[in-house]
Design a protein around this ligand. Sequence first.
Ligand SMILES: Nc1ncnc2c1ncn2[C@@H]1O[C@H](COP(=O)(O)OP(=O)(O)O)[C@@H](O)[C@H]1O
Ligand SMILES: [Mg+2]
Length: 320
Amino acid sequence: MTQTPAIEVDGLTKKFGHFTAVDDVSFDIHPGEIFGFLGPNGAGKSTTIRAILDLIRPTSGHCRVQGLDSRRDAVEIHRRIGFLPSDLALWPGLTGRQTVEYLGRLRGGVDRARVDELSERLDADLSRKVGEYSSGNRQKLGIVLAFMHSPEVVILDEPITGLDPLVQLEFHTLLREMADAGGTVFLSSHTISEVERVADRVAFIRRGHLIAVERMAELQDKALRRITLEFGDAVPARAFEGIEGVRDVTVDGPTVSAQYEGSMAPLLAVATEHDVLSVSSASVDLDQIFLEFYRDEVEAAGDDPDQPDDRREPDDGRAA
Ligand SMILES: Nc1ncnc2c1ncn2[C@@H]1O[C@H](COP(=O)(O)OP(=O)(O)O)[C@@H](O)[C@H]1O
Ligand SMILES: [Mg+2]
């Protein structure tokens, strides 16, 4: 890739005392990409993001945004990008509109048409005081603030928390439009279902270690899907045994269900040799993959996967 990465994290380590929150993490994000950063609470997502934004000082390693060094060029980085922190603190006495005007003026002006477009699309109510907002509305205001100056790079720390499903869809559309126009989106989440429909690539982090960076399309190919077939007559189970990628076949009279991996075609080829009436396939079970990543890592580390991480960021994200 000859293009300068939009975001580079290079050997990033952050220690708090003797505790290593982020351990030698490296990845690049390219212009036009939507990059999901996934990990359970306490994994090191916010710490990584804070290092990229020079809100904390790395113990070692470097971060760059559009080729600018996070430490040396922090002011310019903050001018260029949009950022939604996980602990967005705002002024409870200001309305959403006043907040937008104030922070917009600090940036050198407010694009009112853009603000109106964003708040309409996200169904954000800017008229009331921020102190009276629901968590969802505060999150929507945070998204408006991150996008209102049409930045080329947005960094969003758990942006989907508190958004209802319709708003999530519109938010995803917004991210896709930005990426299609060559912009870069970095978003963190602790659940894969929040990013699976929108991310081009995902990185998995746990206990400060980067476990894997994968293309979403490849993950989806690896995912197991469940298929249910209805036949006109009872079919023998053995007809479905030994088909490539197919496992766990259960037959209940004329109903056959199975799990399959990769292409559905070999299974359908066999089904059509019989009197098949209907086929339904459940959505991709990426949660399973997500858990498997962690299980592998946990086994390697000799850890207990059910033990919650004991160190957590306090949940002080509310504007009082
Ligand atoms: N300022 C800090 N001082 C001490 N420990 C911290 C600090 N910030 C984060 N941590 C710890 O570092 C780990 C990673 O935190 P964080 O990056 O906030 O996780 P995530 O955003 O993935 O939930 C957690 O165990 C957290 O308690
Ligand atoms: Mg966090």
